[in-house]
Structure formats: C-alpha cells, structure tokens
Design a protein around this ligand. Structure first.
Ligand code: SAM
Ligand code: SF4
Length: 345
C-alpha cells in the first residue's frame, strides 16, 4: 500500500462519500425551500459501485471514510453499504454525518453493521427555532437520535452547530454548557456561503433572522468568527486544549470539569487548507478534490463501462494531483455548481 499525497505534499487519507442528494430536512443554509431536483435513481452510484471506488481509494492509502449526503439515512438499507465498506481492507475508520432524525430507528443496526461513530448536526436547542432553521424538522427527533446513538455505542458522538449571526449565535453558551452537563462533544462551525445559496432567496422569513450574503463578499452579519465564539464561551471558564479522535480540521478544547469537548471549525476566518487531507465523492459519482472548487472527475462512466480498480486508482490520483492549494472564500470565490447537500459538506 502506498500513501497518497497531492502536489503540495499534503497526505490524502480521507474520503467523504455522499450517498444521496435527498434530504428529509431543508436547512436554510444548505438547501432551497423547494429542495433540489433529485437525481434519478439510475444516476446515483449503486452500493457496489461505491465499494469499488472505496477499494481503489484504500489501495492508494485512504483509510478513513465518512458517509454523508443529503441525508444519508434516507437512502434505503444504508447499513448494507456500511457492512460492505467495513469489509474493505485498509478502511479502519468508518463514520457518518447525519441530521439525526432517523437515528433512533437505525443506530443499533448501523453499529452492528460496522459503523464506528457519528457526527450529528444540531443548530438550535429551541424547538421553534430548530423548526425555522430546518424548515420542517422537529427538535425532539434529533434529540432522540442522539440518545439512540449513545445507547448503541457510536462513540464519540460529535454535535455540529453551524453558527449564524443573528440566527442562533445567542445559543453558543447553551451548547458549550452541554459539554459539562451532558458530556457532549460540540463543534462550532463557521457558516459558509456555497452553491448559489448565498443569495436572498433563502433568507429566513422572521424579522429577527438575517441570513443574507452577497455573491461577492461575506457580510459580517452572518459570519461569527471563531475568535468571537471563543470569547463568548470563555465567559463560562477558560478553555484548555484537548485531543479527540477525528480526521478533520477541528481544534479541540474543554471547559474546566467538562467531560465533553468543544471543537472549532473555521473554514472562513482561519482556513485550514494547508492540512486538508480529503477527497469527496458525490452521489452521482463525481470526485472532487475541494469542497469549494467546481472541478470534478467523473467516475460513474468508467465504473459503468467496467473500469478496473487500477483505472479507478489512476483517476483518483488525477483528482488528487489537481487539488487546489486553498480556497478563496474570504474573497467571495466559492463552489457554484452545487449546493452543500449535493456535495456532502
Ligand atoms: N444531512 C447531514 C447533516 O445535516 O449532518 C449530512 C449532510 S450536511 C450537508 C453535512 C454538514 O454540512 C452538516 O453538519 C451541515 O451543518 C453542514 N453545512 C451545510 N451547509 C453549510 C454551510 N452553508 N456552512 C457551514 N456548514 C454547512
Ligand atoms: Fe439536509 Fe443536512 Fe443539508 Fe440540513 S444540512 S438540509 S439535514 S443535507
């Protein structure tokens, strides 16, 4: 097995696989209200095709795989895919990012199939606000999903909160307190404008809510920089550095006497491109080397004409070589051909 690295000598060992572009929620920062025109089933990679890509990737040195979407749990029999990926030699970390709505139904089955851990997205602890941000979600469903994941032993569970100024930033301390009271691992993520959603068409309707950015530059209103989030949390106590299993860009800390950790992901204010270790596979089989750049390599056509694992490996290497040095989000340059739910976050 050889290690995969890009032109800038970054080791690439992590593949995020989007298994569907469909979702049972409509989060304002991710999807338009009407949803995105769903891909016909025939255009989505089958589980066998996904596994072939994972095998080729693992032979190149990818050892960490995360399933995402859309909402991965709306795809039928996801535990079947988990079971197949768990058998792929070389993949030693298999995880899932979910909105948690369906976890109470599937957590045990996923764990039994070989899933190691989950990240659960939760942007508000207030039922009304949760419903406004997700447009159709019920807070109770996601909270039950978190409990089910805990009971099934899908550890560590990380809670992802996208912080949006004027929308949910007044809940930063409430989330931080849960690292002490419930032992939760909470990660605060800066809001990113992506995929043409950075326009007024997805502004929340309530006057208190101001989600609005321009095409050219991020308005400071929505972007609450990590430095400000840290300041607000430190009103509860001094943050001390702490480590936590993971593959990603988060920096972890903890509050005094807290069992849980606090992570910060700052794609905009302090971007971490210099240590980016990932590739992304979209639901219809496009390989992307950067979340925020539109360049893609198609793997579905070669897969469907019977490409060998070696041919897939060459295409994966080609995508890796084309990985850009970094994004230019702070200048308003972002992915335009897809919304977040079509890429997988
Ligand atoms: N449906 C699953 C979920 O919500 O966790 C997985 C897919 S979702 C696209 C993956 C992650 O991307 C979520 O944690 C979500 O909060 C995050 N995300 C989506 N749009 C975002 C944006 N504009 N800025 C920052 N994070 C975003
Ligand atoms: Fe769906 Fe996740 Fe996007 Fe929300 S963030 S609309 S749950 S894909």
């Amino acid at each position: 097995m050889t290690g995969l690295s890009d032109f800038f000598n970054r080791p690439i060992n992590y593949l995020r696989i989007s298994v569907t572009d469909r979702c049972n929620l409509r989060c304002v920062y991710c999807m338009p209200l009407e949803g995105v025109a769903p891909l016909p089933h025939g255009e989505i990679l089958s589980y066998e095709e996904i596994c072939l890509v994972a095998r080729a990737a693992s032979e190149l040195g990818i050892s960490k795989v995360r399933l995402t979407g859309g909402e991965p749990l709306v795809r039928a029999h996801l535990s079947g895919l988990i079971g197949m990926l768990a058998e792929v030699e070389g993949i030693d970390d298999l995880s899932l990012t979910t909105n948690g709505v369906l976890l109470s139904r599937y957590a045990r089955e996923l764990k039994a199939a070989g899933l190691k851990r989950v990240n659960i997205s939760l942007d508000s602890l207030q039922p009304d606000r949760f419903e406004q941000i997700t447009r159709i979600g019920k807070l109770e469903d996601t909270l039950l999903g978190i409990e089910a994941a805990q009971a099934a032993g899908l550890q560590p569970i990380k809670i992802n909160m996208v912080v949006m100024g004027g929308v949910n930033d007044d809940e930063i301390a409430d989330f931080a307190r849960l690292t002490r009271e419930e032992g939760w691992h909470v990660r605060f993520i800066e809001f990113m404008p992506i995929g043409g959603l950075q326009t007024t068409d997805y502004r929340l309707q309530t006057s208190d809510y101001r989600l609005q950015t321009t095409d050219s530059r991020l308005q400071t209103e929505e972007l609450v920089p990590i430095s400000e989030i840290v300041e607000r949390i430190e009103s509860l106590g001094i943050l001390e550095p702490r480590s936590l299993d993971g593959n990603g860009p988060a920096r972890y800390f903890h509050l005094p006497h807290a069992k849980g950790t606090i992570g910060f992901i700052s794609p905009v204010s302090e971007h971490f491109c210099f240590k980016c270790n990932r590739l992304r596979l979209t639901a219809e089989g496009k390989l992307r080397s950067c979340l925020l750049a539109d360049e893609e390599i198609d793997l579905r056509e070669p897969l469907r004409r019977g490409a060998s694992v070696d041919e897939l490996k060459r295409l994966i290497e080609q995508a890796t070589e084309a990985k850009p040095e970094g994004h230019k989000l702070e200048c308003g340059t972002t992915a335009r051909n897809r919304t977040m739910c079509q890429i997988g976050g």
